[in-house]
Design a protein around this ligand. Structure first.
Ligand code: DQA
Length: 146
């Protein structure tokens, strides 16, 4: 069975209460539950993890190699700063979708730069929690076509 790791970075554990005018009121637990249900309908399995720590996110990416077929990564603010996360994605050679709830290109200029984008197969941003569902659909189509 195709297996996808959904990895969320710093401050995303606070979804639901964190700046709801930007990120909405849906909690991370809600997002993970809807991903699990949607993945089941697609016939794929998902494993979800969240960390506020850059090194722990890198450890999760390393561990994904060999146990998962693809990654959905919302690296939060590390998107805009972390060469280490970019290198981790390059190193494991797993198809990775960069995901953001908000449209980072319509926000502050420091959010326009992404270190993840050059090593991702694509970027989904601006669709709120539904972005995770779009990412699962994209991966299911891509992986079944292989
Ligand atoms: C975010 C966008 C980032 O710029 C920000 O630092 C986040 C959340 C998003 O999902 O919209 O923490 O990744």
């Amino acid at each position: 069975m195709t297996s996808v790791m959904i990895l969320n970075g710093p401050n995303l554990n606070l979804l639901g209460t964190r700046q709801p005018e930007v990120y909405g009121k849906t909690t991370l637990a809600d997002i993970e539950a809807s991903c699990a249900a949607h993945a089941k309908a697609l016939g794929i399995s998902v494993t979800c993890a969240q960390s506020n720590d850059e090194g722990t996110l890198i450890d999760h990416i390393h561990a994904a190699r060999g146990s998962h077929d693809a990654i959905i990564l919302n690296a939060g603010a590390y998107t805009h700063t972390s060469i280490a996360l970019m290198d981790a994605i390059s190193s494991v050679e797993l198809p990775t979708i960069e995901l953001h709830l908000s449209n980072i290109h319509a926000r502050e200029t420091y959010r326009h730069k992404s270190f993840i984008a050059p090593v991702a197969i694509g970027q989904i941003c601006g669709f709120g929690p539904h972005g995770y569902i779009l990412a699962l659909d994209a991966l299911a189509a891509r992986l079944s076509a292989k």
